[in-house]
Each structure stands twice: as structure tokens, then as C-alpha cells.
Design a protein around this ligand. Structure first.
Ligand SMILES: Nc1ncnc2c1ncn2[C@@H]1O[C@H](COP(=O)(O)OP(=O)(O)OP(=O)(O)O)[C@@H](O)[C@H]1O
Ligand SMILES: [Mg+2]
Length: 340
């Protein structure tokens, strides 16, 4: 039987893994809980439940920051746990080939860290292949990437926004903006503290973003949340206004729109003509911000295509590359050999 192939999109907030043998996609929070500095207490969605709630001896952390591996040791432990989970094994991981999607605008050292994860002896990668993330992303969004046709794809994730123009299965232009949805959550934490004297955690901020966040100002509406009052120190319920949320988010959303416009200005005319035909493809979890497509459409006059389940576009594209020989040229061998 042919060896299994595993595809990886290692995000700041969520890790997405495809196993060809198991024919499944695992999508979980990319977070680990370590007890007493050494034992894995929980990982993934289960560890996320403990985030901001754990006692001092349990450290809950996200090893990926701004789209790159910031804490290699914890990422490696976490990665091994996820692979065991998707492969339904408790100890020895069966040998497999690994197809790893890497961001475009990162250093060679940062890129190597992604590949070394799978090169780890406990994972036992037989072969490691690299895929440029925006190409997989476009395929996952349902775009035919191999044609001689310009495609614009914008992935707005948790800590990164990647804007790319593709043609013939390759990247023509790309720009990375070093923030995404997490920045909006941070802005909400700051605004709620300032406006309501209320301290809230990251999960509450994200909830407020889902409920009230919009790229276009809406008629004022409210959502009730709990936090700790700065002055009294007591748990307090507070009604948050959509206007406050809009005001604190909009500058950052505009920066993303401006970056899209900059790339459009730099796009060669023949490719621009194609983009006018097909529009812009929006992917990544944060592309689901309400009215974002309306704002970008208003600013660029281009049609906006919104992907279904946008957080999983990259891994769905990797799946297509693994499953369909037509796309096999998209994956390539890394410049430096990782495994001896
Ligand atoms: N409905 C929604 N509205 C607004 N934001 C959303 C929505 N659903 C998910 N998000 C945001 O999407 C982000 C996660 O998306 P995604 O899984 O694409 O990120 P990631 O791949 O982990 O990050 P990155 O690519 O930056 O490393 C989070 O910031 C989350 O708050
Ligand atoms: Mg991502």
C-alpha cells in the first residue's frame, strides 16, 4: 500500500491537518497546556477551554505567533500530539510523507522551522514537500490556479493577512500585513477597558467581535458581557455598544483595504484585467467579519468572492494537491535537505 500523506497548515490560532489515509481534516486550536513545566496537560480545543482560566502551575500558550513558530519546543510536542490524534495512535506514529504550506513573506530560518517539525524523529517523515500557502489557499477556495490567468487572493487569519496575485500555479506578487483577527480582539480589550472601566479576557473580546464587529458602521446595538471592574475589582455585567467596537477596529480594517489597493496598483495590466473579470477571493477566518466584502467592493469596485469555511481553504487546497496528480508540480522539495 502507498505510504500515507499528511498535509499541514500551521496557523497562529488554528492548526489544520489533512490525513489522506484517514480521509479527514483536523482543525483545532493551536494551543498547549503544560503542567509543572514538563507534562502535557491538554492540547488543542481542550487546552483552549483552559486558556485564561488555569492555575499557576499550568501554562497555556500558543506556540505560533504572527504566522511563524515562536516556541519550537512546544510546537513540536503539540504537533506530535495532533498527528497521533488524527492517525488514531497512542505511541508510534506510522511513517508518512508531509506536505507543508509555508507563508510567503518569511525568512528562510522561519521557513525551516515549519519543515523541521515534520522532520522530527518521532514523526518520522519519509519525505517533506513545501507548498506556497497562497497557491493552496486559492485551490481550496475553488479557483483553478494552473491557468494563465491572474487571481487575487487575500487570506485574513489570526495574526497575519496575506495578499497575493497568482498566475500559472505560482506567485506573481505578494504582501504580508503583520496582523489579523487577534489585533481586532486586542483593540476591543483596550476600548472596553477605556470606555467601560472593564477588564475582559481574549475569549470575551472575540465573542464581542463576532456579535458586534462590522467593517461598515451599523445602527447601534449592544451585547452584554461579564468582566472585572477596574475600580471596584468586582465581577460586573456590562452592555457593550457596536459603535465602540466599530471605532476601535476600523483603522486596522482600513489598513488591510489599503494594502489590497497597493497590490492592485502594482499588478501588471494583463493580470489586472483578469482580476477585474473574476474579482478578489477572500479567505482566512477573519474574512468572515461582517460587511468586509461590502467595504472592499466599495473601495475597489471589484467583485468579492467569499469562500465557504474560509479558515480551512489552505488545508483543502493541500488536500487537492495531495489527491490530484494534476497539481503535483505545485509541491516542491525544500532547498535544504531536512532529513538525513
Ligand atoms: N465569524 C467571524 N467573524 C470575525 N472573525 C472571525 C470569525 N470566525 C473566525 N474569525 C477569526 O478568524 C481568526 C482565525 O482564522 P484562521 O484559522 O484563518 O487563522 P490562522 O490560520 O490560525 O492564523 P494565521 O493564518 O494568521 O496564522 C481568528 O482571529 C478568529 O477570531
Ligand atoms: Mg492561516
Amino acid at each position: 500500500m502507498a505510504r500515507n500523506i499528511i498535509g499541514l497548515d500551521i496557523g497562529t490560532s488554528n492548526i489544520k491537518i489533512y490525513s489522506r489515509d484517514k480521509d479527514t481534516i483536523l482543525n483545532e486550536k493551536n494551543i498547549i497546556a503544560i503542567a509543572n513545566k514538563k507534562d502535557v496537560y491538554a492540547f488543542g480545543d481542550e487546552a483552549f477551554e483552559m486558556h485564561e482560566k488555569a492555575p499557576d502551575n499550568i501554562k497555556v500558550s500558543f506556540p505560533v505567533k504572527f504566522g511563524v513558530i515562536a516556541d519550537f519546543d512546544n510546537m513540536q510536542v503539540l504537533f506530535t500530539e495532533f498527528i497521533k490524534k488524527i492517525e488514531h495512535v497512542s505511541k508510534k506514529i506510522p511513517p508518512a510523507d508531509y506536505y507543508v504550506a509555508v507563508p510567503t513573506d518569511i525568512t528562510e530560518v522561519e521557513k525551516r522551522a515549519f519543515l523541521e517539525l515534520a522532520g522530527d524523529s518521532s514523526v518520522r517523515a519519509k519525505k517533506i514537500m513545501v507548498i506556497n500557502k497562497p497557491v493552496a489557499d486559492a485551490l481550496g477556495a475553488g479557483v483553478e490556479v494552473m491557468d494563465a490567468r491572474g487571481i487575487m487572493i487575500v487570506n485574513i487569519g489570526a495574526d497575519t493577512t496575506e495578499i497575493s496575485v497568482l498566475s500559472l500555479g505560482g506567485i506573481v506578487l505578494s504582501k504580508a500585513v503583520k496582523f489579523g483577527g487577534n489585533k481586532l480582539d486586542e483593540q476591543i480589550i483596550g476600548a472596553v477597558r477605556k470606555k467601560y472601566n472593564l477588564v475582559i479576557g481574549a475569549k470575551t473580546a472575540e465573542y464581542i467581535k463576532y456579535e458586534l464587529g462590522s467593517a461598515i458602521r451599523e445602527e447601534e446595538h449592544f451585547v452584554d458581557v461579564y468582566g472585572r471592574h477596574i475600580v471596584t475589582g468586582l465581577p460586573t455585567r456590562c452592555s457593550i455598544s457596536s459603535d465602540v467596537v466599530y471605532e476601535c477596529m476600523i483603522d486596522f480594517i482600513r489598513q488591510i483595504v489599503d494594502a489590497i489597493k497597493t497590490i492592485l496598483e502594482r499588478t501588471p495590466p494583463e493580470l489586472s484585467a483578469d482580476i477585474i473579470d473574476t474579482g478578489i477571493y477572500l479567505t482566512g477566518g477573519s474574512s468572515a467579519i461582517r460587511s468586509l466584502s461590502r467595504l472592499i467592493n466599495g473601495e475597489t469596485d471589484l467583485h468579492i468572492n467569499i469562500a465557504e469555511n474560509p479558515s480551512e481553504c489552505v488545508v483543502r487546497g493541500i488536500k487537492k494537491i495531495i489527491d490530484n496528480p494534476k497539481y503535483s508540480d505545485i509541491a516542491y522539495i525544500p532547498k535544504e535537505r531536512i532529513i538525513d
